[in-house]
Ligand binder design. Structure first.
Ligand code: GUN
Ligand code: FE
Length: 427
């Protein structure tokens, strides 16, 4: 009898236990018991006698992808205003789109489309910005929970320098945030994350209140950091006494007091990179967004060498794809372009970029993002064209990352439960 989320799956297994290696197992077995991986073996395990066996021979089995930075309300503005840089783009597009989520019915129409596409693309964990609106943010959480995706969701805080329709009363914003934390922090899959939009959007009073919530409820934090040169200049003007952009967050306990995600981190000095490493703050690299908004080329190799945890994000709608393999390729491309003028910065290898998108990203959520015992059974089954069947498993992964599509992802599991299932005939 099938226990919930308990089965054995046979297929071509590939994962990265560390950033420098792939491990592959041809037609190996993954034993899943109650949503966790209990064993990975080359020969048929004894457990297979008692559990249903899913035959995926010839297909790739890989960890699900982690998208550590995206804006749910921007799902419908993808591709808009890409001739602008960050601050103009925010004012001309984003700050006109996001007020629409004051209407919960609008959220009910849009957010299911995003949840569907995330699962379709094999994203099993994500950290998401909603909007300032409590009701729509709850709706987003309900939809993600129903879909079964492992997520952090932030009710965005904004009380400064924003469009009138997106400018909150500070006290109201803080009490809405506290209510949101209380409602979601015990949920097994969808959890709250404190989300000041970025330094220019929040007052010192707001950050003081958010820091208090961080300490009281021990919740993680996400925001943006050093994305665009105009933005950095604006932060200097708004907070002239702070040495660095990150010093502002840090001063209010929003920078590594609890697990922290900072999107972009492009224009950083060696000292700032060292502080990020010391404080264990994650840098979320968003390659498509950084190119679309002409923000810059993140010094990814320098950050890895300094010991910063780097992960990947789609940053839609600054980015234009939820399909993380495309971000993996773009991260590699950007690192190659950087290495032309910075020969000491070795380009990223595929296994490194894959690691950022799986095990490194997954680490923000606990034990997910790898195919190792005790990890959550969050993985994908990927089909390949017949003419790729004779290649090594590593070559098949290369093909999928560079030329695969969401349609090639046949099944997606989170905690051993299907969040996407298609019945394709075996090749
Ligand atoms: N900085 C502040 N808000 C945003 C946003 O919505 N997108 C990006 N890319 N950067 C931001
Ligand atoms: Fe962003």
């Amino acid at each position: 009898m099938e226990r919930h989320g308990s089965f054995v799956l046979q297929g071509n297994i590939i994962y990265t236990p560390d950033k420098d290696h792939f491990i592959t197992l041809k037609n190996g077995y993954i034993v899943v018991e109650e949503g966790r991986i209990s064993a990975i073996c080359a020969t048929k395990p004894a457990a297979a006698a008692a559990l249903p066996l899913k035959d995926c021979r010839g297909k790739l089995i890989m960890p699900g992808f982690a998208d550590l930075h995206l804006h749910a309300p921007q799902y419908i503005q993808i591709g808009m205003g890409m001739d602008d840089q960050l601050l103009d783009w925010l004012n001309r597009y984003t700050f006109k789109e996001e007020p629409k989520f004051a209407d919960p019915d609008y959220a009910r129409q849009i957010y299911p489309l995003l949840a569907e596409e995330l699962a379709d693309c094999g994203t099993t964990s994500a950290s998401i910005f909603a909007t300032i609106h409590p009701e729509s943010t709850d709706i987003l959480c309900d939809i993600l929970a129903q879909k079964g995706l492992r997520t952090y969701v932030g009710k965005v805080n904004m009380d400064n320098n924003s469009a009138p329709a997106l400018t909150e009363d500070t006290a109201q914003s803080l009490s809405d945030t506290e209510a949101f934390i209380k409602k979601w922090h015990k949920h097994p899959l969808v959890k709250p994350i404190i989300t000041p939009r970025f330094v220019p959007s929040v007052t010192a009073g707001m950050m003081t209140g958010l820091g208090k919530l961080v300490r009281e409820y021990n919740v993680p934090v996400q925001s943006h950091l050093s994305e665009n040169k105009g933005e950095i200049q604006l932060v200097k003007e708004l907070f002239p006494e702070d040495q660095y952009y990150m010093s502002v967050y840090d001063r209010f306990d929003l920078f590594g007091t609890t697990p922290t995600l900072m999107a972009h981190c492009i224009h950083l000095s060696e000292e700032e990179i060292a502080i990020m490493a010391r404080k264990d703050v994650y840098a979320v690299h968003c390659p498509a967004s950084n190119l679309n908004l002409a923000s810059g080329l993140m010094p990814l190799r320098r950050m890895l060498d300094a010991g910063v945890k780097v992960v990947l994000g789609s940053d839609i709608g600054g980015g234009h794809t939820l399909f993380i393999p495309h971000e993996i390729v773009r991260a590699i491309e950007i690192s190659k372009i950087r290495s032309i003028d910075h020969p000491e910065e070795a380009p990223l290898k595929l296994c490194e970029a894959f690691y950022l998108a799986t095990k490194a990203g997954g680490s923000f959520f606990g034990q997910t993002g790898s195919l190792e015992p005790d990890y959550s059974a969050d993985f994908l089954v990927v089909t390949l064209p017949i003419f790729q069947q004779d290649r090594t498993i590593e070559e098949q992964l290369q093909y999928f990352i560079y030329h695969g599509r969401a349609q090639d992802i046949e099944d997606v599991y989170v905690q051993g439960r299907p969040v996407k299932h298609t019945d394709k005939p075996a090749v």
